[in-house]
Design a protein around this ligand. Structure first.
Ligand SMILES: *Cc1c(COP(=O)(O)O)cnc(C)c1O
Length: 221
C-alpha cells in the first residue's frame, strides 16, 4: 500500500506533466487537498509534506479543524453548499469560498474580505448547487457590486455522464463572458481526483483533489 507522501508526490508529478503538455507553468496551479471526513491529524501530516491549501465542505467540521490547526498557518477553502446563516462564520476561517451561488449569501459576506468563486451548475439539477450558466452574468454583477469580497473566477464540478474535458470547456466559455465584466476574475476552480488532468488542459488554476491524495474517505463522524 502506498503512503500519503507517495500519493501526494504521484499527483504532483501528474499535475506537472499535464501542465507541461498544455504549455502551462505548473506554479500557476494551486492544489487544494480536500480533507473532508479525515481527521485533523491527516491535515497535519500533509502540512508536514508542504501542503498549505485544504478544502472542506461542511462548516462544523471545517471550523473545528481550522481551530485545532490554527497555529500551523494553513489556508482553508470552503467547497460545499453554503447556507446563508453560516456564511459569515465560514468567512472567519476560510480564505476562499468556492461555492458562491445565491444572492442571499452576499449580504452576510459583505466586508469580510473573503475571496470567492461563483459556482456554475453544469447539470440540469438545481439541487446540485451552482448558478445556471444563463444566469451567470446577472449574478456576477451582483457579486461585483458587493463591497469587501473579491471575485476570483468560476468553480464547477464535472457532471457524471459527460466527458470532463467537454464540461470544463463549457466553464471556460462562461469564464470568457465573466472576464468581459471583470477582467481580473479569470481563475478556474475545476478538477478533482478523477479529472484534474483534463481540467489543467482547459485552464484550471485551482484543483480540488481529495481521494487521489488522501486515500478513501472514512465514514463521517
Ligand atoms: C469532495 C469534493 C472534492 C474532492 O473530490 P475527490 O473526488 O475526492 O477528489 C472536490 N470538490 C468538491 C466540491 C467536493 O465536494
Amino acid at each position: 500500500m502506498r503512503t500519503l507522501a507517495e500519493r501526494l508526490s504521484e499527483v504532483q508529478s501528474k499535475i506537472s506533466d499535464a501542465a507541461a503538455l498544455a504549455g502551462r507553468d505548473p506554479s500557476t496551479i494551486t492544489t487544494i487537498v480536500v480533507s473532508k471526513f479525515h481527521p485533523a491529524s491527516l491535515v497535519r501530516e500533509l502540512a508536514g509534506l508542504g501542503v498549505r491549501n485544504f478544502g472542506e465542505n461542511k462548516h462544523q467540521e471545517a471550523s473545528a479543524k481550522a481551530l485545532e490547526l490554527e497555529a500551523v498557518g494553513l489556508s482553508w477553502h470552503f467547497v460545499g453548499q453554503l447556507q446563508s446563516n453560516k456564511a459569515r462564520s465560514v468567512s472567519e476561517y476560510a480564505s476562499t469560498i468556492h461555492s458562491l451561488d445565491r444572492e442571499s449569501l452576499l449580504r452576510p459576506l459583505e466586508g469580510t474580505g473573503v475571496d470567492v468563486f461563483i459556482q456554475v451548475n453544469l447539470t440540469n439539477d438545481p439541487a446540485r448547487g451552482g448558478v445556471a450558466p444563463e444566469k451567470l452574468e446577472g449574478f456576477a454583477e451582483r457579486v461585483l457590486a458587493t463591497s469587501g469580497i473579491r471575485l476570483l473566477g468560476l468553480m464547477a464540478v464535472a457532471p457524471l455522464g459527460e466527458e470532463p474535458r467537454a464540461a470544463f470547456a463549457r466553464v471556460r466559455a462562461a469564464s470568457d463572458k465573466l472576464a468581459a465584466l471583470e477582467p481580473t476574475a479569470t481563475a478556474l476552480s475545476i478538477g478533482m481526483s478523477g479529472d484534474f488532468t483534463e481540467a489543467i488542459a482547459e485552464g484550471a488554476t485551482h484543483l480540488r483533489i481529495g481521494t487521489a491524495i488522501t486515500g478513501n474517505r472514512p465514514p463521517r463522524g
